[in-house]
Design a binder for this molecule. Structure first.
Ligand SMILES: Nc1ncnc2c1ncn2[C@@H]1O[C@H](COP(=O)(O)OP(=O)(O)OP(=O)(O)O)[C@@H](O)[C@H]1O
Ligand SMILES: [Mg+2]
Length: 381
């Protein structure tokens, strides 16, 4: 029997649980905004800390898009990385993803394919080829924006408009793009507003950390308003019942998880989707191996030390080693609630690394109680 809990990949299809409010917004507002008769498209920013389920939610969006529209909506998905090297490299990746979608929807029409190849070549000719990417940042961004706008407009006219397909462009982990160019989101806003003016139905969905818009306020403010914000938090106790039971039902495994076991798991993981999935991955395996028909709190307790030591090796050790020796001392001080002993500069660095969260002025906590337990164990040893 296949294990339905996979902590190594964003979750898809029937294994996805909860996030009802976000799904309702997708179905009621975002997806209809891409319909041929819509008055204008919507954009969304899915925000949250690592492992909270951002990538899973955009995969869910793809699933809903496929289910909902009588006319298919094109959905071009790009995971952002600093590996794009420049804004031009990044815009090229988006255009390629959209082109692939156009070809997929046209069922790989050969004439269209040849035509699209020719265009991208032409668009590059007026001096925006990769060899020009050594200019100043501003010059580069303008060229990249122009390339993106022209390409998307042409794709709209030739491939999508005639068939009435709206297009959703999804940029996962858009914060990596800002590392290439801090103006990246401004550029995207400018391009998408222009597309809107030409009635080209492109919607933009991005994912990123909670502080995505908080860095440079003058840039951030107009960009902030451009998106509907969907901020993801951990699962509530109510959510936990579905998060644990729905995947098991999806693979029709003969295993019942007791309410008490779910409550105990929620207390330990605080409903953090990654940790819930991680723990259930091993608990499910153990239950299948031992032919248990029911998973109780006592059994989960018994499995706990093995699961925690796997997490120590597979996750917490790397988090700990990503901190310098003085940052590690700060982690230990925060784990002990000794806030008076911490250096603000070090805390800021730890917050950037996602290891520390600010509760209120002068008060902090580690990103998760299970990591806190780990820090107390290694810090005191
Ligand atoms: N709605 C959900 N239902 C079930 N499992 C989920 C859900 N959301 C997230 N998970 C689980 O949590 C794990 C992390 O989710 P995901 O990769 O989507 O998070 P993320 O916010 O994109 O993380 P990162 O910041 O690392 O990119 C996944 O492996 C998945 O199994
Ligand atoms: Mg992700």
């Amino acid at each position: 029997m296949q294990n339905p809990f996979n902590p190594y990949q964003p979750v898809e299809g029937r294994l996805f649980a909860n996030r009802k409010q976000e799904q309702t917004w997708f179905q009621r507002d975002l997806i209809p905004s891409l319909a041929p008769d819509s008055l204008g498209t919507y954009n969304a920013a899915i925000l949250g800390p690592w492992g909270i389920g951002k990538s899973s939610l955009v995969r869910r969006l793809r699933y809903l898009v496929m289910q909902m529209m009588p006319t298919p909506v094109a959905m071009a998905f790009t995971s952002c990385t600093v590996g794009f090297g420049s804004m031009m490299g990044f815009c090229d990746a988006i255009v390629n993803a959209v082109r692939q979608e156009a070809l997929r929807l046209s069922q790989w029409d050969q004439t269209l394919e040849e035509e699209l190849m020719r265009w991208s070549f032409e668009i590059r000719l007026p001096g925006i080829s990769a060899s020009r990417t050594r200019g100043s940042n501003a010059e580069l961004s303008v060229s990249a924006a122009e390339f993106l706008r022209l390409s998307l407009l042409r794709l709209w006219e030739r491939a999508f408009r005639v068939h009435g397909n709206g297009v959703l462009i999804v940029l996962d982990d858009v914060n990596f793009l800002q590392a290439i160019d801090p103006q990246a989101l401004m550029l995207m806003r400018a391009v998408f507003q222009d597309l809107h003016m030409y009635q080209a139905r492109y919607g933009l969905v991005i994912t990123g950390p909670v502080d995505l818009f908080s860095e440079a306020r003058d840039i951030a403010e107009p960009v902030t308003r451009f998106f509907e914000h969907l901020t993801l938090t951990a699962f509530t106790l109510d959510d936990m019942y579905d998060a644990v039971r729905e995947p098991i039902q999806a693979v029709q495994a003969p295993l019942n998880v007791e309410d008490d076991a779910i409550i105990w798991l929620w207390e330990r993981t605080q409903g953090h989707p990654y940790f819930v999935t991680y723990v259930m991955h091993y608990a499910f395996q153990a239950a299948m191996d031992a032919h248990w028909l029911i998973l109780t709190k006592a059994q989960l307790r018994q499995l706990w030390p093995t699961i925690v030591s796997r997490l120590d090796q597979g996750k917490f050790r790397y988090d700990w080693n990503s901190a310098t020796p003085s940052e590690q001392k700060t982690l230990v001080a925060i784990a002990h609630d000794h806030f008076d002993r911490v250096n603000r500069g070090l805390v800021t660095r730890l917050m950037r690394k996602g290891l520390v969260i600010k509760i209120e002025r002068g008060q902090y906590r580690l990103y998760h109680p299970m990591f806190q337990d780990y820090v107390l164990r290694v810090g005191d040893s």
